[in-house]
Design a protein around this ligand. Structure first.
Ligand code: HAM
Length: 420
């Protein structure tokens, strides 16, 4: 990486930091290598990453170590090792690190590459899924990634997936002779990957294959519907793709992938999803999580900036860059809660951020009292306690409170901060 390319990367980092830290994410960096076991267990023995793509070696003490192929398992390990469950949940972390996969190198696919990632651990609120997706969408827009498409799906719970897997295996077995040899060889270990195959016969068989999305249980279906509603309200366009297969085994419920038609064969620019079982799998107590990672090289390629055209002038830190910068508006949820007030609070969160405010919303399932003390800890200047149509807006500095229509909240805060 030379001169102008380095400039583009720095500009991207400044923008990413402004967006993520403005949304309450803290930087984390984990070591470049970890115990091999972490990835074998966390990412999954049957995945291509673990089976074929890891750079694994023994150290002088005979321990098996692996250059990290991805960041989610290491961040979850750090969450556990550093007792982060004792912090306010969800714990929101971001990273910009190099990763290593033994793949056949080509444009947009390297053996050492960089990812920008974000992980929110400790909440199963569908608003966290939607928030992370909106953040990545904003980042791709900011960076100028062209021709972006978002694919979305839900994988449900491990139980649902287990039952579905058997149904899919039965379907594959009954059409075994039409399948590509490598798909046939993976019916037992990883039947879902059959959806990824380019082989004509396999594609024909997969057209009539059962779809997981049609077999979700009521809780998973409700969660997915809530994520979709929040994205609709935020004006994020997406396609539901019931064949979306991510190459990592830890996903539960929501999965998503942003692609750019400006890239060639390697069109995935960023992706992620929920991993509600991962922390437990790594030895912790059941703790939900959701996040994404986006490839730095691919973002720059897809924005036409790999030669250094990402304007570093435009990427000056907008003042939202400091982790310590106090929140200007905290959106609390009135009690009793409803799905409708979650939608109102989320829509206000998106509107406030678009207007340039440092805003956060309640994502941790706290009581009203707990929400107010959380807002206090964040140094929030305004707190809006939101129900579907009404909000109580408190100016924490002046000690004033007014009852207003929810859709007037952002305007009132901007006026109060005299930025209008
Ligand atoms: P992933 O889809 O494997 O997800 O990788 C995320 C992004 O990293 C891809 O969309 C792509 O832009 C980039 N990438 C992957 N492999 C390469 C490569 N060989 N060369 C260049 N770029 C590459 C994960 O890694 C998950 N940890 C994401 C996540 C976070 N899920 C939940 N939290």
């Amino acid at each position: 990486m030379l001169g102008e390319q380095a400039e583009s990367r720095s500009a991207l980092e400044v923008r990413a930091r402004a967006i993520l830290q403005g949304a309450g994410y803290e930087r984390i960096e984990t070591p470049a290598f970890e115990a091999t076991e972490l990835f074998a267990r966390g990412v999954g023995e049957a995945t291509d990453i673990v089976r074929k793509e890891m750079f694994t070696f023994e150290d002088a003490g005979g321990r098996s170590l692996t250059l990290r192929p991805e960041g989610t398992a290491p961040v979850c390990r750090a969450y556990l090792e550093h007792g982060m469950h004792k912090r306010r949940q969800p714990v929101k972390l971001w990273y910009l690190s190099s990763f290593f996969r033994h793949e056949r190198a080509q444009a947009g696919r390297y053996r050492q590459f960089w990812q920008l990632g974000a992980e929110a651990i400790g909440s199963d609120d569908p608003a966290v899924d939607a928030e992370t997706i909106v953040l990545l969408s904003s980042l791709l827009a900011e960076v100028g990634v062209r021709d972006v498409r978002l694919r979305l799906c839900s994988l449900g719970s491990p139980q649902t997936r287990g039952e579905y897997r058997e149904r899919l295996q039965a379907h594959l077995r009954s059409h075994e002779s039409s399948l590509a040899p490598e798909v046939r060889g993976r019916i037992e270990a990883n039947p879902l990957r059959a959806f990824d195959s380019e082989h004509e016969g396999t594609r024909r068989v997969m057209r009539s294959a059962p779809r997981l999305l049609e077999h979700l249980d009521a809780g998973d279906r409700a969660h997915f519907e809530a994520v979709r509603e929040l994205l609709d309200d935020a004006g994020i366009a997406y396609e539901i793709d019931s064949t979306l297969v991510r190459g990592l085994d830890y996903y539960t419920r929501t999965v998503f992938e942003f692609t750019s038609d400006a890239l060639g064969a390697q069109s995935g620019v960023g992706g992620g999803g929920r991993y509600d079982g991962l922390i437990e799998l790594l030895g912790g107590s059941p703790t939900p999580g959701v996040g994404w990672a986006a490839g730095i090289e691919r973002m720059l390629l897809a924005s036409g900036s790999s030669g250094g055209t990402l304007d570093s002038e435009r990427s000056r830190d907008s003042g939202t860059g400091s982790a310590a910068a106090p929140v200007e508006l905290f959106l609390a949820r009135a009690e009793p809660r409803s799905a409708a007030d979650r939608r109102t609070a989320f829509a206000l969160l998106c509107a406030a951020r678009s207007a340039g405010l440092r805003a956060q919303m309640e994502l941790g399932g706290r009581s009203l009292k707990g929400q107010l003390s959380h807002a206090d800890a964040l140094g929030a200047r305004y707190v809006a306690i939101v129900s579907e149509r009404q909000a109580s807006l408190r100016d924490m500095q002046e000690g004033r409170q007014e009852e207003i229509a929810s859709d007037a909240v952002v305007h009132a805060v901007l006026r109060g901060l005299r930025t209008l």
